[in-house]
Design a protein around this ligand. Structure first.
Ligand code: GDP
Ligand code: MG
Length: 596
């Protein structure tokens, strides 16, 4: 009898994935009510606060059916955000089934669909689940119909639950046994174990989370990582219960962990195949990919003494996050810092926030940008991920920029504003598709550069929060792009340069100058703010000189008020950067792209 079930939960953010996972852990007695801390699977503080799962994890449960049969469940948690699409695909590969969880009050959203398509591509058995049926605003009928239309199931196949009250969860446990097939257990074949996640532990090195697809892995086996070619011994292997539980062997169908004093995450990469050094698998599990950063930004310490601390912090972060890249960068304006590459905007925010919280380093970040490919007059193609590396206009033959395909799901009343937004962002309309409950899926192809900054915020505010977005990279396309420089008193400030479409350069140049005029405090002297393409100035503003000391306004006797003001000024100073002789506040470095 095959009594293993490997599955994951796919859901749009906030549709209740973590809450439902908690209920499964509770009902299977994997975790007692006392141990129950809300959302145990999200174990980084940041994850819990933001209610998102950044890294995927797995957990093993023993489920005893009402007829006393015992089943082993491996629930593999997947990160829900598009930045981590590759990790999601590897986690899905480790499963035979997926619970498709949809919020009965919200209905299907963009991420529900993109994750679902991936799961279908990998031939997973889909178990549709309507969650939050306890909510007064739940519409199980209507949303159920959306699911029926989407996956073509029978309405009675949809399992209705509430992760909050626990209603329906017993039925769901039974459905997992009955509908999701058990894994094939070819234990005698050469070993193939898929790494679907890995984390770094200071004492033990990389810990690989694996699904054994074929063969058997025994404790102590000499193993080979097929993509990186690295060889280690499987010093400890085991199951992933709430704590790690060492075992003697992991067989085809099992999910567990492998520890082998692997020095770096770079050696045990997500998607790689572990095999036996002596009895090798002929081919690795397909789908392995080197993840490439898509979004880049400069990270500089606010005070230059923190440079080495920043380097040490980035090193530490990278140990646990193989997709973060960085290299030293020198900016005339900001001094020594780093150019960092991220999978996407959320990934970038997470890294920035961790630098601040876990390492307590004050940083200034520059406007994020994508990576361009530039054909030079001399016939070379170069990659440009920093506006200041963009060759002068005369040396450029062609510029290529990354495009994405964006899928937006929205109530029909917002079609107009969404199309307007996409059009403004140089989007190319692909199609729209009407769904149940008056919802529409709109598809656009957009330059990624137009989406990385504030597209998502604009989309949300233009639809009162109702629209959801998902996207994937498609290809590089030719674009008429120029470098827009910003000068203060005639000095270019490299960290304020950006790459923009020629048609938008004038508009943007004017906006940036106006914004800087507003953000840069008056100084002792007049400051000219200019925007230029090459040597051509296209916009100009002036910040007039300061006349009086701020404290002069307070009347002489009120010392405490005066002190407060001075302290406030000092605080403001901390977040300022002196460029040439001009003090620039931190926000200015991000203001370059914001359009309103
Ligand atoms: P995730 O982002 O998919 O992991 O969603 P969470 O599990 O974090 O849930 C998002 C929010 O919905 C939280 O505030 C939960 O308390 C709430 N929630 C989750 N499941 C239910 C449910 O069945 N009923 C109700 N009323 N609220 C729920
Ligand atoms: Mg969650």
């Amino acid at each position: 009898m095959n009594n293993i079930r490997n599955f994951c939960i796919i859901a749009h953010i906030d549709h209740g994935k973590s809450t439902l996972a908690d209920r499964l852990l509770e009902r299977t007695g994997t975790i007692s009510e006392r141990e129950m801390q809300e959302q145990v699977l999200d174990d980084m503080d940041l994850e819990r606060e933001r209610g998102i799962t950044i890294k995927s994890h797995a957990i093993r449960m023993d489920y005893i059916r009402p007829n006393d049969e015992v089943y082993t469940f491996n629930l593999i948690d997947t990160p829900g955000h598009v930045d981590f699409a590759y990790e999601v695909s590897r986690a899905l590969k480790a499963c035979e089934g997926a619970l498709l969880v949809v919020d009965a009050a919200q209905g299907i959203e963009a991420q529900t669909i993109s994750n679902l398509y991936q799961a279908i591509d990998q031939n997973l058995e889909i178990v549709p689940v309507l969650n939050k049926i306890d909510l007064p605003g739940a519409d199980p009928e209507g949303v159920g119909q959306q699911i029926v239309d989407l996956i073509g199931c029978d309405p009675d196949e949809i399992i209705k639950v509430s992760g909050k009250t626990g209603e329906g969860v017993d039925g769901l446990l039974e459905a997992i046994v009955e509908r999701i097939p058990g894994p094939t257990r070819e234990e005698d074949k050469p070993l193939k174990a898929l790494i679907f996640d890995s984390i770094f532990n200071t004492y033990r090195g990389s810990i690989a989370y694996v699904r054994v697809m074929e063969g058997t892995l025994k404790k102590g086996d000499p193993i080979l990582f097929m993509a990186t070619g690295k060889e280690y011994d499987a010093e400890e292997i085991g199951y992933l219960k709430l704590k790690k539980e060492p075992v003697k062997e992991l067989k085809a169908g099992d999910v567990g962990y492998v520890i082998g004093s692997v020095k770096s995450l770079q050696d045990a990469k997500v998607g790689d195949t572990i095999t036996h050094q002596k009895k090798r698998a002929e081919k690795a599990i397909p789908g392995y990919k080197e993840v490439k950063p898509m979004v880049f930004s400069g990270i500089f310490p606010t005070s230059s003494e923190d440079f080495e601390d920043l380097r040490a912090a980035l090193e530490k972060l990278q140990l646990n996050d193989a997709s973060l890249t960085y290299q030293p960068e020198t900016s005339k304006a900001l001094g020594f810092g780093f150019r960092a590459g991220f999978l996407g905007l959320l990934h970038m925010e997470i890294v920035q926030e961790r630098l601040d919280r876990e390492f307590n380093i004050d940083i200034i970040t520059t406007v994020p940008n994508v990576q361009y490919e530039v054909d030079t007059e001399e016939g070379n193609r170069i990659e440009v991920d920093n506006p200041s590396d963009m060759p002068a206009a005369g040396d450029i033959e062609k510029v290529w920029e990354p495009y994405i395909k964006a899928s937006i799901i929205t109530p029909a009343e917002f079609i107009g504003p969404i199309m307007k937004l996409c059009q403004e962002r140089r989007g190319v309309y692909v199609n729209q598709h009407f769904m149940q409950n008056n919802r529409v899926e709109i598809t656009y192809e957009l330059p990624m550069a137009e989406v990385v900054f504030d597209f998502y915020d604009k989309l949300k505010s233009g639809t009162r929060g109702y629209a959801s977005l998902d996207y994937e990279f498609i290809e590089y396309r030719k674009g008429d792009l120029v470098r827009l420089d910003i000068l203060l008193n005639g000095e270019p400030v490299d960290a304020l340069s950006s790459i923009t479409h020629r048609d938008k350069a004038y508009y943007q140049g004017r906006k940036v100058c106006a914004k800087l005029k507003e953000l840069i405090p008056r100084q002792q002297f007049e400051v000219a703010v200019q925007a230029a393409i090459g040597s051509r100035v296209i916009a100009r503003d002036t910040i007039r000189a300061l006349r009086k000391d701020v404290t002069a306004k307070c009347y002489g006797g009120d010392i405490s008020r005066k002190r407060k003001l001075i302290e406030k000024q000092k605080e403001g100073k901390k977040r300022m950067k002196q460029v040439g002789s001009v003090d620039i506040p931190q926000e200015a470095f991000l203001a370059v792209l914001s359009m309103d």
